[in-house]
Design a protein around this ligand. Sequence first.
Ligand SMILES: [Fe+2]
Length: 226
Amino acid sequence: MAKLYNLARMTTATAGTGAITLGSAVSGYLTFAAAGVSNGETVTYGIKDGSGSEIGEGVYTASGTTLTRSVIKSTNSDSAISLSGSAEVFITPSHRHFFDQGTAVLFQQTSAPTGWTKQTTHNDKALRVVSGTAGSGGSSAFSTVFGKTATDATTLTTSTIPSHMHLGMLPQDWQAGSPVNASHPLIGTGTSTPGTQTGAAGSGSSHSHGMDVRVQYVDVIIATKD
Ligand SMILES: [Fe+2]
C-alpha cells in the first residue's frame, strides 16, 4: 500500500500529464522530504489544479525532486489531468486505505480498535479455511475438544471383545437329580453334582485411553468496520 505522510503539500510548475517536478512547500505545509518521504517510496498523492483534481499513487525521487503519476481517480475521466503549471500536490489517503463498512477482520486484542465493533456471535470456536462460502458449523466447543486429556470412557461388550472360548468340563452323562456314572472322576458316585467351571474374572467396568490434545492457542476477536 502506498505510504502516507502528514502535512506534505507542494507547488509544481509542471505542465501536461507526465511526471511532476516538485517545487517548494505551500505556505503552512511541509515539503515531501520534510514530511518524511524517502527516495524511491510510493505515496498516495492528490493534485489540485484550478477546476481539476486527481488522486493517484506515485514514486518519489529525491534527486530532481520528482513524482510519477499512476491515476486512481480524476476529474478527467480518471485519466491524468493536464497540469497548467501552477498546481498543488499533496499526500492524502485514498479509498484504498480504508475498509468498507461492515468488513469483518480478526484482531489479536480484547477490545475492538476505534472505529470497529467487536462481534460476539461466535465464541470458543476454531477457525477453518474454506475456498467457498464462509459459514460456521460444528457442535463441540473449542475448550471442550481441546481440553481433553483422555478418550471418552468405553465399556466392552460381547461384540467388542476378542473371540474366545473357556475350558470347562461337565460329566457327559450328568442329569440333574439322576444317578450318575459311578466311574466319573468329577462326580463320584451317588446323586448328581454340577461339574467344574472356570473362575470368574473381569468387572465390566469402562475404561479410557490417555489422549492429551490441550493444544496451545492464541485468542482473537472478530470486529467489523463501523
Ligand atoms: Fe480400549
